[in-house]
Design a protein. Sequence first.
Length: 283
Amino acid sequence: MDVSIVVLTWEDFERTDGCVRSLPEGVEAVVVDNGSAAEISDRLRAMCAETGARYVRSETNLGYAKGMNLGVRHSTRSRVVLSNNDILVRPGAIERLVAELDDPAVGAAFPKVLDATGRDQTAAGRFLTVGTGVAHATGLSLVFPRLRIVAPPERGDWLSGPFVAIRRETLDRIGGVDESSFFYSEDLRLCWAVRRLGLRLAYLPDAVVTHEDDASAKRRWAAEEISRRQTREFIRASRELAGWRGTVACSAYTLGVLARAAVGGGAARRAIARGALEGMGVR
């Protein structure tokens, strides 16, 4: 099969082992060890030798984008799948995604993502525009669904990318995975870059993977810290990609989350508010 699967891992043998063993025969698997401790690295290296996967090690944690780009440089096939290590691939999923990339109008292909209980957790959203930012701040998004930040995956401007298939040619044209962020917002930036080429995103509900959401992050940060970091990088990416319109949109969005934190309280809303301010460059 003409596809390379780049699996990025950090300090996690068990999930990585499960991910690699769920891949179909004939793919080229590239496991990027993003600075794991020696004991885990040894186990990953042995697993790769047993399964035929290529083992690539970075001595330090490069973050998501740089780690993925390192793996891509060690892959050889014309289609590439960027995969979190906490993914289990169901039969036929990769074949379906790769086949969709035969359409030259498709820039990237995304599967349906289920959690361990079988619940659909496929995440998608709209780019933050002046309209969506104002609607979020004023509450109009509650009345007009098309102005909400979240969107059905079939109509999303971007989709969350724990497992995304893309042609190598397309990845080369956008300069690889955008390395502006250490962790979070890479999927939004990738979808933005693909759409800028005039290509569309394909969501394939008949290609299914299972994902343990934020498995690596949860071992390092509390839920509120994850929310803060996600919001910060969402705002920062939206500002950087959309110029002055992005700044206006993000300003409106930030006013909305600040108002919600002020009236609703709660640690989660306060964390989101802090992240939004940090994304705006306010410390």
